[in-house]
Design a protein around this ligand. Structure first.
Ligand code: SF4
Length: 200
């Protein structure tokens, strides 16, 4: 099922005798042996050549369809998420800051961190590249208020001036596990509120 063929030739090989793609297939086979409902793949293709990446991703999608598996892919590559995921959740400093159907997250990102990440994805050339200042803070010293505020381009540029106090002092709740498109951001929440108000 994991595409290791012919199995009788591969069965007795040592790991160093396998290619990177074959080793990845062995790991997938090992995970499938437990008959899981959910497969968690942490950077499944980051160390592979471009040609093999496509094969492994195709295998994950086939297994998902044939076995009815859920597949949770952890990646730093938003372009990859865009290509394979039904839903995308963007994390910053240990929290999901935006989640929704992939098409919606890519077409209309709500959180400034997602907007910055998407602006440097080569396949998406409609956004002006945003270079984030500073480093991700030490996880033992989570900033007050919004944990992204020391690096937020919207706050630095004055775009978030109406919610500036909240950005610096009011922590954002954990996003609910819902079907929709949500962002943990005071500015996004204020925009949503004003849209709802103007429509209703
Ligand atoms: S809450 Fe404020 S600081 Fe945080 S991402 Fe939104 S606009 Fe930026």
């Amino acid at each position: 099922m994991a595409g290791l063929r012919p199995p009788e030739r591969l069965f007795l090989r040592y790991p160093h005798e396998l290619s990177g793609g074959q080793r990845q297939r062995v790991l997938i086979a090992g995970a499938l042996a437990l008959k899981p409902e959910l497969l968690i793949a942490d950077e499944p293709v980051s160390s592979l050549d471009a040609s093999i990446r496509g094969e492994i991703l195709a295998l994950l999608l086939t297994l998902r369809a044939e076995l009815g598996l859920g597949v949770l892919v952890v990646t730093h590559d938003l372009g990859l998420a865009w290509n394979i995921a039904d839903r995308t959740a963007v994390m910053y400093l240990g929290r999901i800051v935006e989640a929704g159907p992939t098409e919606e997250v890519v077409a209309a990102p709500q959180h400034p961190y997602t907007q910055a990440l998407l602006s440097v994805v080569p396949e998406i050339d409609r956004l002006e590249p945003v270079v984030l200042e500073g480093e991700v803070p030490d996880p033992t010293r989570i900033p007050r208020g919004c944990r992204f505020h020391p690096r937020c381009p919207a706050l630095a540029s004055g775009l978030a001036v109406l919610v500036e106090d909240a950005c610096r002092t009011v922590p954002l709740p954990v996003l609910p596990a819902s079907e929709g498109h949500r962002a943990a951001c005071h500015l996004a929440a204020a925009r949503l509120e004003s849209e709802e108000w103007s429509h209703g």
